[in-house]
Design a protein around this ligand. Structure first.
Ligand SMILES: *Cc1c(COP(=O)(O)O)cnc(C)c1O
Length: 486
């Protein structure tokens, strides 16, 4: 498989999977996408079904990823999938189990990994791929990142113990939930460094950008990123759409599970999770609708309702009780728009490169391609608020004695609304993207008690902390890195 930029012109040069693995944006500012999506047919789906049943999630991951990763020997890729997706790390031999609520809505459990959020699904494999590629090329990598909570801990648990990799993660001081802080700061390893910045998440992000834009420093110190635009992360997530589809289609259709359409409701911030659903659907996995659920930060809901994409500034980005979706500019969205506009790189460059930077918005409502978001690609969207979240957590608990986290609650809220008005048909899988233990305050508000703490996290909050305060100043960050890296 070769990869091209979303802003490239016909005839642009192409890159292989390993070429783009450790890179961020394409040189023209676009995002890397496959030249074409591999297509799956009935016999492939049957083969995948047998693989998942007989050999498990890692074997399925290997099969789904193979056409995308053709520059790594097959047995090496399989070994990496087997190390990434183990029952020990995911607390369940199925890795991604599904369950059914009493109203018929399904939950796809993506959050059983080491950091209790769905980002582990991609990050665990990314850790393996990074280590493999660095060893092959004799390089080292110093990952510099910023997190509001979930990405940071997921990256740290994925990179922990990987040869040639160190992680420096900026966190907004005092702003993550107590459990998120405990998860990151109790990691005791010299290659994992937590930094607490006096500021908000955007300040942390700006520091990363400032340090990375010093190209001499970046090259000298081998600075890299694990951001959500990394194609390997997206493609790793395609696997769980396939796994959830296989499990739910088999449960609801005994006659011909491979013809059974299944829809997904996905709590969305950076458009990474649901983009993987779009890729799976475009490959030919029988996915019906892709329901995009936002919180009060509803940039994407607005786009799918109106055709207007208007990014928000910091003052218009609200701090909500589903904080991992408090995003005002969806970094993976460009990949979907590239497909929506018939893979017209010049047009994407104009919209994302020029229009967004000068006007902060673009409008596709008058473009005939916009209707394809619903009719061709199956997208619909909705928005959920704090009140909805709390009510849904309480209702699901009352009916099923199941506690869901606030992000999952956004997906459940929007899925139920779409089913009720007939806009989508069952079966629908709402993606569970975090465990409730990460967001105790909202669970307390909804249920009047703390969420259950899974046994593997018991006592975490009492372990010693490893975190270093740092000024909100890019030069000081560089000095710190120079000292640490010797
Ligand atoms: C990151 C995250 C999301 C949003 O996923 P995107 O890929 O950014 O759309 C939703 N829920 C949780 C718990 C997350 O950590």
């Amino acid at each position: 498989m070769q990869y091209v930029s979303t802003r490239g012109l016909p005839g642009q040069s192409t890159r292989s999977f390993c070429d783009i693995l450790l890179e961020g944006l394409a040189p023209d500012g676009g995002l890397y996408v496959p030249l074409a999506y591999p297509r799956v047919d009935g016999p492939t789906l049957s083969r995948w079904r047998a693989l998942l049943e007989e050999q498990g999630y890692a074997a399925l991951a290997h099969a789904v990823l193979t056409p995308y990763v053709d520059d790594i020997p097959s047995e090496d890729l399989l070994a990496m999938c087997r190390r990434a997706y183990t029952a020990e790390k995911f607390g369940d031999p199925q890795i991604v189990p599904v369950s059914r609520l009493s109203d018929g809505l399904w939950l796809g459990h993506l959050s059983n990994g080491p950091s209790a959020a769905f980002k582990d699904m991609a990050m665990q494999l990314l850790g393996e791929l990074f280590e493999y590629q660095l060893q092959r090329t004799g390089r080292e990598l110093n990952i510099l990142g910023a997190t509001s909570g979930d990405t940071g801990s997921s990256a740290e648990y994925a990179m922990l113990g990987k040869r040639g990799i160190r992680v420096f993660m900026m966190t907004p001081k005092g702003r993550m939930t107590p459990f998120q802080q405990a998860q990151m700061f109790t990691i005791d390893d010299p290659a994992i460094v937590n930094l607490a910045v006096d500021g908000v998440f955007d300040d942390c992000q700006d520091l990363v950008k400032a340090v990375s834009s010093d190209l001499e420093f970046k090259a000298r110190r081998s600075i890299g990123a694990v951001n959500s635009i990394n194609w390997a992360r997206v493609v790793a997530q395609v696997v769980y759409y396939v796994a959830c589809w296989l499990r739910v289609s088999a449960a609801v259709s005994s006659e011909d599970p491979d013809a059974q359409r299944v829809s997904f409701s996905v709590p969305t911030g950076n458009f990474g999770d649901i983009l993987a659903g779009h890729v799976a659907r475009t490959m030919g996995v029988p996915i019906g609708d892709l329901i995009l659920a936002t919180n009060e930060n509803d940039v994407l809901d607005e786009f799918f309702r109106t055709g207007v994409y208007r990014v928000r500034g910091a003052v218009e980005t609200y701090a909500t009780s589903s904080p991992s979706m408090d995003i005002s500019k969806a970094s993976n969205f460009e990949r979907f728009v590239f497909d929506l506009l018939g893979r017209d790189g010049a047009r994407v460059a104009e919209l994302f490169g020029t229009r967004l930077t000068t006007q902060g918005a673009f409008d596709l409502s008058a473009d005939p391609a916009f209707a394809g978001a619903r009719s061709t690609y199956g997208f619909c969207s909705g928005r959920s608020t704090h009140g909805d979240r709390v009510a849904t957590i309480a209702a699901v608990h009352a009916a099923d004695q199941v506690t869901i986290d606030p992000h999952t609650a956004d997906a459940v809220t929007v899925a139920r609304a779409k089913l009720a008005c007939g806009e989508v048909e069952a079966p629908v899988v709402a993606m569970e993207t975090a465990l409730p233990v990460k967001f105790a305050a909202t669970i307390q508000e909804a249920l009047g008690r703390d969420p259950e703490c899974p046994p593997r996290f018991a006592g975490l909050e009492r372990l010693p902390r490893h975190v270093i305060d740092i000024d909100n100043d890019a030069d000081k960050v560089k000095i710190f890195l120079d000292e640490r890296l010797g």
